[in-house]
Design a protein around this ligand. Structure first.
Ligand code: PLP
Length: 438
């Protein structure tokens, strides 16, 4: 890999100035702005396989993959062909298509907990609609979420814990009235005793518990098996719908999603509802929510819970998603992806250990996290104890060496099937040089 020496950042910098004049912060989604790590965001010109090139022509090994969707790498030939064909047939009709049925069939085949589903255009929309449906189906108002889990930016979810379990959350964003989050209870991830206490107090008034089973929005943190088992038991006992937000983990950590990972340790384990996005669209705006027939039939036009979308099930997006899901369903796909990802985290850990740098890492399928901590964190507060100036130095050193990690210490990373052993080795070499002080 050619290192990006003599970095000429002038075109990125000019574009950032132009963008900032018209778009708040110069970006259309906040984390892209490099606010956490400082510096000038890279404006991407094109991407292919495991790489993208910025406006100054510098190449980067891409460990974001559009924050998860690009599990096959960029520009996979089968996906490109499917999208090109779909574009020729029309962009959007506002009437149903065969491809929506095919995509629904493909998802239901891989996730046995889903009997019916609805397609939407973003993870935010899917999570928001799932909560409305859970409330409509149970006739209850309260919802439980966990600190550090992200479920998109619906008002009721932009909330942090109140003081004590008797009080509900406080908004984390201006513009969200306190009344809108008054039914949202925010708990600590992996804290079983607090979970039990919350159910004893509020279980009978709670519609749903929403969780990222393997959290990817506080870096990479797994829900422990005992914690997940207790979530399932309590939800069943109190008639609360257990909603897995698998927008990030669905078709990313395994063909059957994170729920299939927990089902290996907890016999018969299934969530009641699942929210999907990212990989199921293969890089196009596509997401979904689904669950049992009885719950899903509460949705309009069959039932009383309203939900709709002009571009839902878009024919180009469904072509892209379907082609992607057909590739990942090929035998051995996740075994190979998981091994490559483990090679990355192992070689980074070795490089750090050799240099005496505190470091640990974890992964599942094509999703990983690394930490400048001496052991894997179990919750958001521990993730946030990371030495952030040290992380920022690491991030910028790697960027200068042509490796693009998420520009914030509280984000997970992603490996695609296009990443080669040589890419992993080049990444580990770059890290080793940084750890050794170079
Ligand atoms: C990305 C993400 C969302 C939001 O999806 P958008 O498509 O960005 O609206 C929701 N939940 C999880 C777990 C995510 O990772």
């Amino acid at each position: 890999m050619a290192p990006n020496t003599n970095l000429d950042n002038s075109r990125n910098a000019i574009l950032f100035e132009r963008a900032k004049a018209l778009i708040p912060g110069g970006v259309n989604s906040p984390v892209r702005a490099f606010k956490a790590v400082g510096g000038t965001p890279r404006f991407v010109q094109r991407a292919k396989g495991a790489y993208f090139w910025d406006a100054d022509g510098q190449r980067y090994i891409d460990y974001i993959g559009s924050w998860g969707p690009m599990i096959l790498g960029h520009g996979h030939p089968a996906v490109v062909a499917a999208v090109q064909q779909a574009v020729l047939e029309g962009f959007s009709y506002g009437a149903p298509t065969e491809r929506e049925v095919e995509l629904a069939e493909e998802i239901v085949r891989r996730l046995p907990s889903i009997e019916m589903l609805r397609l939407v255009s973003s993870g935010t929309e899917a999570a928001m609609s799932a909560i409305r449906l859970a409330r409509g189906a149970t006739g209850r108002s309260k919802i439980i979420k966990f600190e550090g889990c992200y479920h998109g930016h619906a008002d009721a979810l932009l909330v942090k814990a109140g003081s004590g379990l008797a009080t509900f959350g406080n908004p984390t964003s201006a513009g969200v009235p306190p009344e809108v989050v008054q039914h949202t209870l925010v708990l600590e991830y992996n804290h079983i005793a607090q979970l039990e206490e919350a159910f004893a107090l509020h279980g009978r008034a709670t519609a749903c518990l929403m969780i990222e089973p393997i959290a990817g929005n506080m870096n990479f943190v797994r829900a422990s098996v005992p914690f997940m088992k207790r979530c399932r038991e309590l939800c069943t006992q109190y008639g609360v719908l257990l909603i897995f937000d698998e927008v990030m983990t669905g078709f990313r950590v395994a063909l059957g999603g994170a729920q299939s990972v927990y089902a290996k340790s907890i016999p018969g384990f299934q969530p009641d509802m699942t929210v999907l996005g990212k990989v199921i669209g293969g890089g196009m705006p596509l997401a979904a929510f689904g669950g049992s027939r009885a719950v899903m039939e509460q949705l309009a036009p069959l039932g009383p819970v309203y939900q709709a979308g002009t571009l839902s099930g878009n024919p180009v997006a469904t072509a892209c998603g379907l082609a992607t899901l057909r590739e990942v369903a090929k035998p051995g796909f996740y075994e190979a992806l998981g091994e490559r990802t483990r090679n990355l985290t192992n070689s980074l850990t070795q490089a750090a250990t050799k240099a005496g740098v505190t470091f640990c890492a974890d992964s599942e399928g094509g999703m990983f996290g690394f930490f400048l901590l001496d052991r894997l964190p179990q919750n958001y507060a521990t993730v946030m104890t990371t030495d952030s100036p040290a992380f920022n130095r690491f991030f910028h050193a790697m960027l200068d060496k042509g490796v693009y990690y998420a520009p914030a210490l509280y984000e997970a990373g992603f490996v695609s099937s296009a990443h080669t052993a040589a890419d992993i080795e080049a990444t580990a070499d770059a890290a080793a040089r940084f750890f050794a002080g170079g």
